[in-house]
Ligand binder design. Structure first.
Ligand SMILES: Cc1cc2nc3c(=O)[nH]c(=O)nc-3n(C[C@H](O)[C@H](O)[C@H](O)COP(=O)(O)O)c2cc1C
Length: 401
């Protein structure tokens, strides 16, 4: 398979096999409306030969908003004309753009959403720490409808497709994980698949019904996680088999949940930055700083994996063995050799990239001109830590600055 040749996701033809993975922007107003900075970011990306662009996660309803400020929303019709402006800009450069749609479930806080935190069970996130109100069966049906409605708004806004955020511990993922889903209604663990896939399945059906089978529908999932009761290899294969049966248009494979966020984006654990900026950990209390520095952070660190190139590839390879659906592998691609290894040697359909595009939006132009170009991203994770503050996403530190 050629990297810099056209490739398709459903009926959508991409310029090449490199995708910009979902990257929270923090550039919308407090009602989730996109504005000038958001348009400018995507114009820059669209100019730079990226095969397909996936936006940062956009919320489908108010209580499913993220803790981060400036998140995009796709929860109301009034936003369509604002996104239409965005898709027109991107299409002007003959680029493709998919809107990532999400509900945070237990991974948010009430003081930001102004709504009760909800979840598939009472189990709380160890990072966000609010005990969720358990969604009733009928509330789940309402959310399924809202996912479908948001996908339709995305279609009417001119997006080339949507990606369901079913990874990283957000609501759909909470349902999937046997460690979180202890429900005993129809949305509990499916006896055939061993995972809680009905919520995801009915969302897919609802989107297909509203948007038509020809509207590309992508799903992002996590290969495994870091909880005591892990999402096993069998769970993962069963999820792939389920998505294969549902005939989604592409599956992107990432890892983990926000409870161990630095296993999603591996690299440095910037202690000083966390102590200075993170809303849950920043403190001037000297005793608490000692506790965090010497007890809690070393414990968290002991749960983290070091950065290694292309760290989620093994899940993508496994998925290819169990599905005929195009697979996107994301996590740790930093040079052309690694991209070639995934696509040409292991027959993975697409590679997803996040941090290198924050550091260098023209990363593809660079690697297509200079085959040995190494991303200037040093995995310092400042961009990720700063997401939880009131700053928009940008690169803070690269090899060149
Ligand atoms: C600042 C930042 C924001 C992110 N926002 C999102 C997001 O909105 N949706 C999503 O699915 N993943 C998000 N991710 C995860 C990335 O899409 C990707 O899965 C992860 O960073 C690993 O890829 P990389 O090594 O190329 O950065 C984000 C990562 C970072 C660092």
């Amino acid at each position: 398979m050629e990297i810099f040749a056209k490739a398709s996701i459903g009926n959508c033809i991409l310029k090449n096999r490199i995708i910009r993975s979902g990257t929270y922007e923090g550039m919308c107003d407090d009602k989730g409306f996109p504005g000038a900075q958001y348009y400018s970011l995507y114009e820059t990306l669209a100019k730079n030969d990226i095969g397909g662009i996936i936006t940062g996660f956009a919320y489908i309803s108010e209580e499913g908003k993220a803790m981060q400020s400036g998140q995009a929303g796709i929860d109301e019709k009034a936003k369509i004309q604002y996104y239409k402006k965005l898709t027109d800009i991107v299409h002007h450069y003959n680029s493709k753009i998919f809107l990532q749609i999400a509900h945070t479930g237990r991974q948010t806080i009430q003081s930001v959403t102004q709504n009760t935190v909800v979840g598939c069970s009472k189990k709380k996130s160890i990072y966000f720490r609010e005990t969720p109100k358990i969604l009733s069966t009928s509330e789940i049906y309402t959310l399924i409808e809202k996912f479908g409605r948001s996908a339709l708004y995305a279609k009417e806004s001119g997006f080339d497709g949507v990606q369901l955020q079913a990874a990283h511990g957000y609501l759909i993922h909470q349902f999937l994980m046997p460690s979180v889903n202890n429900r005993n209604d129809e949305f509990g663990i499916d006896p055939e698949y061993g995972i809680g896939c009905r919520f995801l399945g009915l969302i897919i059906d609802n989107i297909r019904e509203k948007c038509g089978i020809e509207f590309p529908l992508l799903v992002k999932i996590s290969g495994s996680d870091d909880y005591r009761v892990k999402f096993t290899e069998k769970n993962f294969k069963d999820l792939i088999a389920y998505l294969d049966k549902k005939r989604v248009d592409a599956i992107e494979i990432s890892y983990g949940s926000m409870d161990y966020a630095l296993n999603i984006f591996r690299g440095d654990f910037p202690t000083e930055l966390i102590l200075a900026k993170n809303p849950f950990f920043k403190t001037h209390n000297p005793l608490r700083r000692i506790f965090l520095r010497n007890i809690l952070f070393p414990y968290i660190r002991s749960k983290l994996y070091a950065f290694s190139p292309i760290y989620n590839l093994k899940y993508a390879i496994m998925a290819k063995q169990h599905s005929g659906i195009p697979i996107i592998s994301v996590g740790g691609y930093r040079n052309l050799e690694e991209i070639e290894f995934a696509i040409m040697k292991n027959h993975i359909d697409f590679v997803g990239i996040c941090r290198p595009f924050i550091a260098e939006p023209d990363y593809i132009k660079k690697i297509s001109k200079n085959k040995s170009h190494q991303s200037s991203c040093i995995n310092c994770n400042y961009c990720a830590i700063m997401c939880d503050t009131k700053h928009y996403t940008k690169c803070y530190k690269t090899t060149t600055s």
